[in-house]
Design a protein around this ligand. Structure first.
Ligand code: F6R
Ligand code: ZN
Length: 191
């Protein structure tokens, strides 16, 4: 039998529970609260006031047991809860893969989108249940929830990709997604 990960990963079935946003067998669970998103929202005054008063959970990421190591293909389900901060929709931190590798997101429940930025060009791709969003190598990506219920998606990505969060803080994300007077709008990301 070939072996790439340590410990060795055998062929196996993974159960996906879309309503729980979970994968079994599971690996790690990551919870991100508003205070973990420092530097992400445009309105830093509202951001500070809101996390000082309630500090809600913005999103969680439940991973399968497949590890993030070269040649393996890990998966995770991200659940972004509905909400906004200063009108800007709840979002993930956003990252660039230091080892430029593509990734797919498969929409499970709710309505959301992916903001993508390669340092010059910017794109917004809407994701609903059953839609696949393709993130090409070299594009930083951030997800947002644009609905009134939890938005959930499955991510599948190469184990060597890695996550560079500093890139986004330095270069921005190209676009921001707001809800203003009941309308969803995209705004340029000003650094
Ligand atoms: C993995 C990936 C997703 C995100 C997750 C949380 O490469 O893109 O699994 O890691 O949606 O977003 P971040 O990592 O930006 O906090
Ligand atoms: Zn990624």
């Amino acid at each position: 039998m070939t072996s790439y990960a340590v410990p060795n990963i055998a062929p196996h079935q993974i159960s996906l529970d879309a309503s729980a946003g979970s994968l079994t067998p599971s690996g790690s669970t990551l919870i991100r609260r508003l205070s973990d998103l420092a530097g992400c929202f445009e309105n830093s005054k509202v951001f500070k006031a809101e996390f000082a008063s309630s500090n809600p959970i913005v999103y969680q990421v439940i991973s399968s047991a497949v590890p993030e190591v070269p040649r393996e293909l890990p998966q995770s389900i991200t659940t972004i809860f509905p909400g906004s901060c200063g009108g800007e929709l709840y979002m993930t931190k956003g990252h660039q893969h230091p080892d430029p590798q593509g990734e797919i997101y498969f929409g499970l429940e709710g309505i959301g989108g992916i903001i993508m930025f390669d340092g010059k060009e910017k794109k917004y791709v809407e994701i609903t249940s059953g839609t696949i969003g393709y993130i090409p190598p070299g594009w930083a990506h951030r997800s947002i929830n644009s609905g009134s219920t939890a938005y959930k998606f499955l991510a599948v990505y190469p184990g060597s990709a890695g996550h560079d969060y500093g890139w986004v803080l330095e270069n921005g994300m190209g676009l921001r997604r707001f809800s203003e007077s009941g309308k969803l709008i995209l705004k340029d990301f000003i650094i």
